[in-house]
Design a protein around this ligand. Structure first.
Ligand SMILES: [Zn+2]
Length: 342
C-alpha cells in the first residue's frame, strides 16, 4: 500500500495496512532549510524544499502545502502586516462597515498574488512527490473565520448573536471565495484540502449558531471538492465535543480534532460517519514532552481511535516552531510500532 492509498483508506473509513500520519507541519519545516517564515510563505520553491526535507526526516504520508490563514482575507482587501519572524496578521478588516459588502467581489485565485504563490507551491509539490505517492494537502480558511477577518471578530460575533440581515450575503461572499480558491488548489495538485475554521468553535459561536452559520457553508465546500474527486478535512481549534455530530454531517471526510477533544468519545460519537484525525497536544506533548511521552501519547491515541481504521494520527493543531524534530520522529516511531493493522 503506498502512502496516498494508506490515507485514502482511512478517509473512506476503511482499515489500511497501518495508521497514516498527517504531521500538520507548515512553517516548522522552514527551520530545516534555514529559511525565514517570510521566505517559506512567499517562495514556493522554499515551501516545497522545506516540506521535502521534513518528509525525508520523518517519512509521513501527508505533505501539507498550507499557507497562513490570512490569504483569503488579504485577497478580499483586508490590510495585513507581515512581521519578519512571524506569520502575517490582518491589521484592518475591510468590512467594519457592513454597508460596503455589495462592493466586494470574490477574487480570481490565479490573478491574486498570495493565492497564486500557493497554487504554484502545489504544482511543484505534486511534481516533486508524485513518484513517492504521497498525499498532497492544501488548505483554506473556513467561511465563518473568513467572515470574521472581513468584519473584525467582535463585529462578527455580534452579527451572529443578532442574526444580522447582512450575514447570509457575507457568508456567501466568503464561501464563494473559498470554493474557487479550493477548486484551483485541487486543479494545481492538492488531493485533499484542510479547512481551518477556528471561528466556528465554542469560543465564538453556540452549537445552534454553528448549525445555522457554519455547517451549511462548510457543507458546500465539501460537496464542491467531492465533485472534483478531492478529500476534505475540517479543523476547528478548541473543544468541539458538543458539536461533533453537526461537524460530521457536513459531508467532510475527516475531522482534525484539537487536543481538548477526547478521541474515544469522538470515535464513539461520529467515527462511523467520518474519519477521525488527531490529536497530540502540540504544546504539552510535542513541544514540552520527551520522545517517550510522545510515543506513549501517540500509542494512546491509536488505542482510543485507531480500531477498525478510519483514523489518521495528527497533532491537535499546527506544530509550533520550537517542537524538537526528535519528538516528531517519535510520533512516527509510535505509529510503526503500535499502528500496524496486520
Ligand atoms: Zn487548531
Amino acid at each position: 500500500m503506498n502512502p496516498r492509498e494508506r490515507v485514502e483508506e482511512a478517509l473512506r473509513l476503511r482499515q489500511p495496512d497501518r495508521v497514516p500520519v498527517h504531521p500538520h507541519i507548515s512553517r516548522w519545516a522552514a527551520k530545516l532549510t534555514g529559511s525565514t517564515v517570510q521566505d517559506y510563505y512567499l517562495k514556493p520553491e522554499v515551501m516545497v524544499q522545506s516540506q521535502k526535507t521534513a518528509w525525508r526526516l520523518l517519512g509521513h504520508e501527508v505533505v501539507y502545502i498550507g499557507s497562513d490563514i490570512t490569504v483569503e482575507a488579504q485577497a478580499l482587501g483586508c490590510q495585513s502586516s507581515f512581521p519578519p519572524q512571524g506569520p502575517p496578521m490582518v491589521v484592518k478588516p475591510v468590512l467594519e462597515d457592513a454597508a460596503r459588502l455589495p462592493s466586494l467581489k470574490p477574487p480570481k485565485p490565479r490573478e491574486n498574488r498570495r493565492m497564486s504563490l500557493v497554487l504554484e507551491a502545489l504544482r511543484r509539490a505534486e511534481e516533486e512527490f508524485r513518484k513517492s505517492e504521497l498525499m498532497i494537502c492544501g488548505d483554506v480558511v473556513g467561511p465563518l473565520t473568513l467572515a470574521g477577518y472581513l468584519r473584525g471578530a467582535e463585529n462578527l460575533v455580534r452579527d451572529v448573536a443578532r442574526s444580522s440581515s447582512h450575514l447570509p450575503a457575507l457568508l456567501e461572499l466568503a464561501t464563494e471565495t473559498i470554493v474557487s480558491y479550493a477548486e484551483e488548489q485541487v486543479e494545481s495538485g492538492a488531493h485533499m484540502v484542510l479547512i481551518n475554521d477556528p471561528m466556528a468553535s465554542g469560543s465564538f459561536v453556540s452549537p445552534e449558531h454553528y448549525r445555522l452559520y457554519a455547517a451549511p457553508y462548510q457543507r458546500r465546500i465539501a460537496s464542491c471538492l467531492r465533485e472534483l474527486g478531492a478529500y476534505t478535512m475540517l479543523h476547528i481549534c478548541g473543544n468541539t465535543s458538543e458539536r461533533l455530530g453537526l461537524m460530521a454531517e457536513t459531508g467532510i471526510h475527516a475531522l482534525s480534532l484539537d487536543a481538548k477533544v477526547d478521541l474515544q468519545f469522538a470515535k464513539e460519537t461520529v467515527g462511523k460517519k467520518v474519519c477521525i484525525a488527531g490529536n497530540l497536544d502540540p504544546v504539552r506533548v510535542l513541544m514540552e514532552g520527551k520522545p517517550e511521552d510522545v510515543k506513549r501519547e501517540a500509542a494512546g491515541a491509536i488505542e482510543k481511535a485507531g480500531g477498525g481504521g478510519g483514523f489518521i494520527l495528527m497533532p491537535g493543531c499546527g506544530v509550533p516552531e520550537p517542537v524538537p524534530a526528535e519528538n516528531l520522529k517519535a510520533m512516527m516511531d509510535a505509529v510503526r510500532a503500535h499502528g500496524l493493522y496486520r
